[in-house]
Design a protein around this ligand. Structure first.
Ligand code: DAT
Ligand code: MG
Length: 137
């Protein structure tokens, strides 16, 4: 079943020059990039995007981190791409994300309050449509 998902290369990924490698993994897996934009998000976009985490202790540090530099927003399409990209990305915490994944191979814990974990991927079809609408309004 063809799906679409929102992928973000977060500010740490862009600043470290990993955008190409990350997008290459998505393409190598056989997914298609149908939207792609380098952008500097507004606080409003980020508060909508991370709505589910509002009120949690890491919410404000997370928004600040996401405001710290440009991000790359993309839409990837393909069969089961939502689950597939989250599998490519690996677990949330980069220190223990499995080797072979984006976060496991390229990320680590930088000793800060925020998980600088390189990428975001939508977690359900509903989230994907909601998030694509926020980033590609
Ligand atoms: P994921 O990005 O794997 O979908 P999530 O949706 O639970 O994870 O959280 C969104 C982001 O918030 C995550 O990429 C990093 C940050 N985050 C989540 N839990 C955290 C925590 N306990 N401490 C610090 N940052 C956290
Ligand atoms: Mg999430």
């Amino acid at each position: 079943m063809s799906q679409r998902t929102l992928v973000l290369v977060k500010p740490d990924g862009v600043a470290r020059g990993l955008t190409g490698q990350i997008l290459a993994r998505i393409e190598a897996k056989g997914y298609t990039l149908t939207r792609l934009e380098l952008m500097t998000p507004t606080r409003e976009i980020l508060e909508q995007h991370y709505e589910e985490h509002r009120g949690k202790p890491f919410f404000e540090p997370l928004v600040q981190f996401m405001l710290s530099g440009p991000v790359v927003a993309a839409v990837a399409e393909g069969d089961r791409v939502i689950e597939g990209f989250r599998s490519l990305a690996g677990a949330t915490e980069p220190t223990t994300a499995a080797p072979g994944t984006i976060r496991g191979d390229l990320g680590r814990d930088w000793g800060e309050k925020v998980q600088k974990n390189l990428v975001h991927g939508s977690d359900s079809p509903e989230s994907a449509e909601r998030e694509i609408g926020i980033w590609f309004a």
